[in-house]
Design a protein around this ligand. Sequence first.
Ligand code: HEC
Ligand code: HEC
Length: 373
Amino acid sequence: MTEGTPHSEINQSLLKVIRLLVGTVILLVFALIVVGTISIFKPDVSSWFKKSNESIAREAEKKKAFEEWSAANQAKLESATFWHAPELNEFKGDSLKLKQLKYGKELIAHTAKYLGPKGSVMQITNGMNCQNCHLDAGTKPWGNNYASVFSTYPKYRARSGQVENIYKRINDCMERSLNGKALPESGKEMQAIKSYIEYIGSKVPKGSKAKGSGIFELDYLNRAADPSMGAKLYENKCQSCHQPNGEGLMAADQVEYTYPPLWGQHSYNQGAGLFRISRFAGYIKYNMPQGATYEKPQLTDEEAWDIAAFVNSQPRPNKDISKDWPKIEEKPIDHPFGLFSDPYPEQQHKYGPFKPISDYKKKEKENQSKTKS
Ligand code: HEC
Ligand code: HEC
């Protein structure tokens, strides 16, 4: 018995060694098979991860497409509620009046032909058409249309500090947007333009504003608008039509513009509405590049503000506007020339950020009404 014990111990350790050896051989063979398989089939391990990236991207794309689809649908539903101009062929009056309406529309659509530098009636404007800015002869939703002109004029306007009638408002655009001279109020041209504007706005109840009328009010950015970002965007999205020098492109007849100027000698002057960047940004957001609509905008809000900042820092005609905004507390926040009733500098009034100014003005108003009551 005493001899048997070490003997079986040796057997036992031998068995252990054999087991270990067999185990190692099996492991080696297995490893060989794995390495062999990998070297033969060469599966692209990184592609296993790529796949999951792809599916993440696919998910994001699906989500984005859905969001765009629902936004477009919402815009469509909304735009169905916008104002529609009555057609001229719906007019049920005498033919003389109809002739006048047609002439008014023609003057708005092709102003330069009659009143431009080569105009057949007078030569008193820069060569632009009213329609360049008041799209589709002043009928396009959010296209700076005339929907609410007849319903809201005469009205008090802070720029002049006076109650203005439609003649005065039209001549404002003659002297600023068209950088020209005022039309005589009783003349055939002014009368025709006024009649046309009244006719297309005639179904809007007096005193009310139609939906989709004028220029869209964009939210303020949280930062200042950036002219250098705007310059790059201009190059990509605008200059093919409005040209690298911003001065537009004349039609072959050299009378009207095919693509109107955005700056330079023949553009709107510094007293014009579009020279305020909120007006410019709101106008282009749903109208430019040409073909954009409320349902199919082509610019983000940020792009619109940055382009506005760029275009309105380019040279353009001056105008004496020293008598504008006689009450400085009524000056719009983005009017780029002092004096101001707030402590913010001209630079911030031109490019923003506008929120601090608007908050300041709100507070001032609240304080005033408190001290009054
Ligand atoms: C360079 C662009 C431009 C041109 C060209 C232009 N306008 Fe304007 N017009 C504006 C802007 C900007 C406003 C102000 C819109 C706002 O602030 O909501 C405006 C406002 C008006 C308004 C008042 C609209 C309202 O709802 O209160 C009338 C009326 C008007 N223009 C008539 C004309 C006529 C008529 C012509 C041509 C003789 C003309 N405009 C040419 C840019 C232009
Ligand atoms: C495909 C050509 C095209 C492109 C691209 C284009 N526009 Fe225009 N733009 C026009 C035309 C045409 C008009 C005049 C519309 C009319 O008379 O019906 C116009 C009018 C304007 C006006 C008002 C008139 C004026 O001259 O002040 C502004 C402002 C404007 N565009 C800005 C822009 C900006 C900013 C971009 C780039 C984001 C842009 N456009 C891209 C064709 C274009």
